[in-house]
Design a binder for this molecule. Structure first.
Ligand SMILES: C[S@@+](CC[C@H](N)C(=O)[O-])C[C@H]1O[C@@H](n2cnc3c(N)ncnc32)[C@H](O)[C@@H]1O
Length: 399
């Protein structure tokens, strides 16, 4: 799915950076997993990956990418799909070299869910489509009711133990991704668009998530700052949020989708929805790494990295982030060398700035936020930083 700050375009650079610091294989820890693409990439290369992210919707993708061991068979659900024709193989376009026979159950069950299952007017229909009182225009009423029906059925399968755990993650990742493709937003879920865009009018289509099968890893939704001390790994990849945008307030709808199948009914979630955009309470998930108050961000980062037992750290950040270059270098060099004399290597990668609808009015192109580009950059240019620090060799450059 589309995820603010995802590193899909930097995967090779991350691997090369790690190798340059002496990483030659072993366990990778992806500490701020987001879309899960970094962990998936490393698993596909044959590495064991453990990961975490505060968001439940991230955990769904992490589980699908890191813990799934084969395409889902949906054996206990065959009555739903065995007499149906599979959906077109284009629904497998995310999967590299898919085995069509093995993916047949997914394609047939998806046909049932998309075409045979009657829609249901549940929490998504009432709270996140313009059919509801609050007129939150995130999904068309048809798509919202279709998702309500699928997630409700998934809930009953989980309750009756008719679906394997891995099958849940594959189906749920597919639903969240399908919703994301038709969500009436531009960028994040921090705002919906007043008028429905063409892409949001398309009926939802379930696609197979881009599963890869390597060593089985482990996915989590724990707080990275606490969890890091429990993890022994060869490579720690750190991709924290770098500005004040809190993810739970910008991805609340995917979070609700990820949560609904594990509830007894829609009731608890629906009664907690509030405000113009239909947030659910999120403050307990607010990250100190998004805080500009005092040195909250610096101290949280310092504590986290101090507690890491990794051999190599690759640290992603934006040059426009809350922490500045020398703060990051101080934290990493203290971790690396003890005496603070080992300066981490810095790789700078030019990047096009991410803008979402809350930054830019699509009708006028007008920017609402006041960007201050770094010296020497245009408004659309920003440099992505990759710091590399190591406790295993001197390749990071001892001064
Ligand atoms: C820049 S994004 C990571 C993007 C990810 N590397 C990708 O490729 O999709 C930062 C992530 O940090 C997560 N996050 C923020 N604070 C956290 C914390 N204390 N513990 C775990 N995850 C946290 C956010 O939910 C968000 O997904």
């Amino acid at each position: 799915m589309r995820w603010l700050g995802n590193k899909t375009a930097l995967l090779e650079e991350i691997l090369n950076a790690a190798v340059s610091a002496g990483y030659s294989g072993g366990t990778v820890c992806d500490l701020f997993a987001g879309s899960g693409t970094v962990g998936r990439f490393f698993r596909a290369q044959g590495h064991r990956v453990v990961s975490t992210d505060l968001m439940k919707c991230s955990e769904v993708f992490q589980k699908a990418y890191l813990e799934t061991t084969s395409p889902p068979t949906f054996e206990a659900l065959s009555e739903y799909w065995k007499n149906l024709e599979p959906l077109p193989v284009t629904r497998l376009s995310n999967v590299e070299n898919p085995d069509l026979e093995k993916w047949r159950p997914f394609l047939c069950l998806s046909r049932y869910l998309e075409e045979e299952l009657p829609p249901r007017e549940g929490v998504l229909f009432r709270q996140f489509s313009n059919a509801g009182q609050a007129q939150r225009n995130y999904l068309t009423p048809e798509n919202a009711a279709r998702l309500d029906a699928i997630l409700g059925l998934l809930r009953s399968w989980i309750k009756d133990a008719r679906i394997e755990e891995q099958e849940v993650w594959v189906l749920l990742a597919s639903c969240i991704d399908a919703a994301d493709r038709v969500a009436n937003i531009s960028g994040t879920y921090g705002a919906y668009l007043k008028t429905i865009q063409k892409s949001a009018l398309r009926p939802i289509q379930l696609r197979a998530p881009a599963l890869v099968f390597g060593p089985t890893g482990q996915a989590n939704s724990k707080d990275a700052i606490e969890w890091v001390s429990e993890i022994d790994c060869d490579l720690l990849y750190i991709d924290p949020p770098y500005n004040q945008r809190q993810y739970p307030a910008n991805y609340h709808l995917p979070e609700i989708l990820a949560t609904l199948p594990f509830e007894n009914s829609d009731e608890r979630i629906e009664s907690s929805v509030y405000g113009k955009t239909g947030l659910i309470p999120w403050k307990e998930k607010a990250s100190p790494l998004c805080s500009r108050r005092g040195s909250d961000c610096f101290h949280a980062m310092q504590r986290m990295i101090e507690n890491s037992k990794a051999k190599v750290i690759v640290f992603s950040y934006s040059e426009e982030g809350i922490l500045n270059r020398s703060e990051i270098e101080t934290i990493l060099s203290n971790w690396s060398g003890g005496d603070g004399r080992r300066t981490p290597k810095l790789i700078e990668i030019p990047h096009r700035r991410f803008r979402s609808d809350s930054d830019e009015n699509p009708a006028t192109g007008e920017t609402r936020r006041n960007f201050k580009p770094a010296p020497g950059r245009t408004r659309d240019q920003v440099h992505e930083w990759l710091f590399v620090a190591s406790q295993v060799s001197d390749v990071t450059g001892v001064k």
